[in-house]
Design a protein around this ligand. Structure first.
Ligand code: GLU
Length: 423
């Protein structure tokens, strides 16, 4: 039978699995299976030819028992409500596992931003905020960047919101440029958090990162920094990388200057030129004989169709939702350690929390303070997850890291809902 690839069904299935293992209260489970609020808007934008084109936008506020909804906005041609719902659920668990004072939310617009000129991009960004201004705010719902949205877009959105409310409201959105009180350190914090998890997981598995071979799927904000940081921090050998068009494999290790040249002149990383480099597909990248595999692109990349071909010992999910539940089981059976997305990529939202906290207090930090605090929070999340897993193992129940992380996150949200009298 074909595997279910609807991301929201997957998110619900993951929750159900954790709920069964932890014995979650049925009423809490019912509340947590659905978002609290789903908003769909129509955004008219005047395009360069003078005509108005309308775009569909979404914002889902999944749960705010522990704080304002929090999560990014995607501009993507394949965006749809089920993806946004799934991502908003994952944001809820991500903020809870990190133990930061936010709930979960997510937004998106169905569009192809690569086809826009800057004026159209700005008009769509401002239009999105005009449509949603009533429903967001620093204490209500705090958006951020995600796939194909940038610090510049966050700055336009903050400006539009500030104009609507009649005063500067820097804390309404995170991932802003530092000129408008984004935070030092936020730019690469998703990947940096992933590197701290990689360091801890490698320690636990006795993988020597200096000798490790790594493949990275994705060359966006997460993948590109994962590439540079794994080389810089650990001297690891990144042998493969890809973007949405395709990838490149070089057993000698990839060179950043050549990758950037390939991107600049050819538009894609597979135009990379070197003696032993060869072009590979995104699917081939996932099956390479490497020590560590970092999916850092989009959902549903490792499925029941290819999970048994994964050769890495450690999978670090830097993307949201790259491994399906059936693939999860297969990796678990193969004794591959698969570190879940809402732990591995939580450095992004932890960095957003720091940015928001700075905006709320008007006291600003420097990069070393930001990075040290990020390390502390994410390393604790890793340890909490592994400790809970070990405690189940000692009772004879083997659970995957994802289930352990879910149990911690869901338990915190359920306890907050209970204290508030929601059930
Ligand atoms: N879009 C990022 C994520 O999926 C960051 C969200 C945020 O900073 O609010 O975690």
């Amino acid at each position: 039978m074909a595997e279910e690839l609807n991301p929201f069904k997957i998110a619900q299935e993951q929750l159900d699995k954790a709920a069964a293992v932890m014995g979650l209260d049925k009423q809490a489970h019912a509340i947590l299976r659905e978002p609290r609020r789903t908003i769909i808007v129509n955004i008219p934008v005047r395009m360069r030819d003078g005509r108005v084109q309308t775009f569909t936008g979404f914002r889902v506020q999944y749960n705010d028992a522990r704080g304002p909804a929090k999560g990014g906005i995607r501009f993507h041609p394949a965006e749809n409500i089920d993806t946004v719902k799934a991502l908003s659920a994952w944001m809820t668990w991500k903020c809870s596992l990190a133990d930061i004072p936010f709930g979960g939310g997510k937004g998106g617009v169905i569009c192809d931003p690569k086809k826009f000129n800057p004026a159209e991009l700005e008009a769509l960004s401002r239009g999105y905020i005009r449509a949603l201004a009533k429903f967001i705010g620093p204490d209500v719902d705090v958006p951020a960047p995600d796939v194909y949205t940038t610090p510049q877009i966050m700055a336009w959105m903050m400006d539009e919101y500030s104009t609507i409310v009649g005063h500067n409201s820097f804390g309404v959105i995170t991932g802003k440029p530092v000129e408008v009180w984004g935070s030092e350190g936020r730019m690469d914090s998703t990947a940096l958090g992933g590197m701290f998890v990689m360091r801890e997981a490698a320690k636990a598995m006795k993988i020597n990162l200096k000798k490790a071979k790594i493949a990275v799927q994705g060359f966006g904000n997460a993948g590109m920094f994962a590439y540079t940081l794994s080389k810089k921090m650990f001297g690891s050998n990144v042998v493969a990388i890809s973007d949405s068009q395709g990838g490149v494999y070089d057993p000698d290790g990839l060179d950043l200057a050549k990758l950037e040249l390939a991107k600049k002149t050819g538009g894609t990383v597979d135009k990379y030129k070197s003696k032993n480099a060869e072009k590979i597909t995104n699917e081939e990248l996932l099956e390479l004989d490497v020590d560590i595999l970092i999916p850092a692109a989009i959902e549903n990349q490792i499925t029941n169709a290819n999970a048994d071909k994964v050769k890495a010992k450690l999978v670090l999910e830097l993307a949201n939702g790259p491994v399906t539940p059936e693939a999860d089981e297969i990796l678990h059976e193969k004794k591959i350690l698969d570190m879940p997305d809402f732990l591995v990529n939580s450095g992004g939202v932890i960095g957003s929390y720091f940015e928001w906290a700075q905006n709320q207090t008007n006291i600003y930090w420097k990069t070393p303070e930001f990075q040290a605090k990020l390390d502390e929070i994410i390393t604790k999340s890793f340890k909490d997850t592994m400790d809970l897993r070990a405690s189940y193992a000692s009772k004879g129940k083997k659970i995957a890291p994802r289930t352990a992380a879910y149990i911690i996150a869901v338990d915190r949200v359920a306890k907050a809902m209970k204290a508030r009298g929601w059930y």
